[in-house]
Design a protein around this ligand. Sequence first.
Ligand code: NI
Length: 248
Amino acid sequence: MISQNFLEVTIVQIPSARAADSVAIVGIRGMKLSVTRALFGAALVSGVLLVAAPASAYQAGDMILRVGAAGVLPDSDSEDLATAGFAGGQLEAQDAVSLGITFTYMVTDQLGVGVLASWPFEHDVDGAAAIQGVGTLAETKHLPPTVTLQYHFDTASPVHPFVGLGVNYTYFFDEKTFGPLAGLNLDLKNSWGVAAELGLDYELSDNWLVSGQVWYADIDTEARVAGVDTYDVDIDPWVVMFGVGRKF
Ligand code: NI
């Protein structure tokens, strides 16, 4: 992009004995610069150096891969566990950290498709409310792949903020039970839900960037204990990731 908001520069011919001096900047007006291709070329030919344009926004076809530490921070609550003999008790999933990988493919200069992938997260599921003191009742692993449609703002700078909206699928596996639930089979139903995202990439160079992303995912599962009792558990976590990335 040649046209940027800088200074208005006017370049005119000034008669001169030496060809090299024949182009000079005679006017700098206001804070708005419109540099046409012709003027830009003339400036280069005459050896006049213009202020370098900042890193441009992402462009259609760009691919951005980011790797970093990801945390799943549930804001969970569950149905009352009365039928399991824990009146007033609830299940509460605890925080977990893992390796996150995100990928963006820019379909246009502004619209991208984003994917969140990760190494599995492993959560403790503790007793809560009336059974707060009971400790860890269960443990589960999950993979929460998330696909969003992202809108990237053009800031004409190395800072690339974006927002996204999409869908999360959470696959639970390797459930285990402890304490009062020990020996009972626990199965968590996989979940489909809406996910929203905020992200910020900061370009360190043309290809390398640092990045922070936050998602809110509606993850509602059903915990089935001993194959009979089922309890709705809303996990609804914030997912945060900080990492480094590369633009291809
Ligand atoms: Ni929910």
